[in-house]
Design a protein around this ligand. Structure first.
Ligand SMILES: [Zn+2]
Length: 306
């Protein structure tokens, strides 16, 4: 592997993304692309220590803030920022030419899109998640099970949500992921699915065979069925699938005083620790709202009962 040409793509710069990026800074990779549509808030600073108070005050996009801080720590790496949520339209352009993709997103729909795209180019994909004192990581080599092969089983046993995840646990899982990446760089193979208890740092490692009927990598494919509705996102953020859109102009008209522009996106401020991040394409993310409040907001603006 020519390290001077090694391109890494990191999707999701939240608790775990920050921990891994901080630990890997300046190592292995000549180019690192960071993808995240979220903005830095005051609440993030405790556990996402790549970011500063200034980032939160300026409502800076996470990928842009991460690139600024990492470039200051090590200027020999070329960092690229992709300040949006990944979707089917943009994924191929982002990962094309990558040698490795790290997926630190927090919902199955996005993970499946990333999984399908990486399979298309046969780019190795590391998926990882953390919740409280439990986490997992898995480097998909396309010879064994992919995310789509196992996601139904994962969902039954593992509720992905990084609320209540502390900095220390994320750093511990980040250190294990870094070890796995150094094995990968060294040309090692035989990657296993690792479920980790962060109290003891013990990993349960299992080999998972491909599902022959997998919709992504199987020989006889069937479609994966997804609920194209409401998705619980990371922490107290509530995300909807791209099927539902919020018209940015309608929000600006309805709440002119509560809109703040931040990095090409608009933020609707609904109160202390409550905001809705809205992109020009109509994708959005609620933070601090209950599910019912969020549904009410969307219904009011779209006129559609969601
Ligand atoms: Zn598969």
């Amino acid at each position: 592997m020519h390290l001077n040409r090694f391109n890494l793509v990191v999707i999701g710069a939240g608790v775990l993304g920050c921990a891994v990026l901080t630990q890997m800074v300046g190592r292995y990779f000549s180019s690192v692309s960071i993808v995240d549509g979220d903005i830095v808030t005051q609440k993030n600073l405790k556990n996402q220590r790549l970011y500063s108070e200034k980032d939160a005050a300026e409502m800076l996009n996470k990928s842009r803030a991460a690139v600024a801080h990492l470039s200051a720590l090590n200027s020999s790496v070329k960092y690229n920022s992709f300040p949006f949520y990944i979707g089917e339209q943009r994924i191929l352009g982002v990962i094309k030419g990558a040698d490795l993709v790290l997926d630190f997103t927090d919902n199955s729909e996005t993970r499946l899109i990333i999984n399908d795209a990486c399979f298309k180019f046969k780019i190795p994909l590391l998926i990882a998640s953390i919740r409280g004192k439990n986490g997992f990581f898995y480097l998909i080599d396309w010879k064994h099970a992919c995310y789509n092969c196992i996601y139904t089983n994962l969902q039954k046993s593992y509720n992905e949500n990084c609320a209540n995840t502390h900095y220390e646990s994320a750093m511990r899982l980040g250190a294990l992921i870094e070890k796995e990446l150094s094995r990968f760089i060294a040309g090692d193979n035989g990657f296993l699915f690792n479920s980790v208890s962060l109290n003891t740092n013990r990993a349960h490692s299992i080999e998972i065979a491909k599902d022959p009927h997998c919709g992504t990598c199987g020989a006889s494919k069937h479609m994966h069925s997804l609920d194209h509705g409401f998705i619980q996102a990371c922490g107290d953020g509530l995300k909807f699938s791209s099927q539902h859109k919020i018209d940015l102009r309608a929000v600006c008209r309805a709440f002119p005083a509560a809109i703040k522009k931040a990095n090409g996106q608009a933020v609707f401020l609904g109160g202390v620790n409550k905001h809705v991040l809205i992109s020009r394409t109509g994708d959005f993310l609620f933070t601090g709202y209950s599910r019912n409040e969020a549904l009410h907001f969307i219904s009011r603006l779209s006129g559609v009962n969601v």
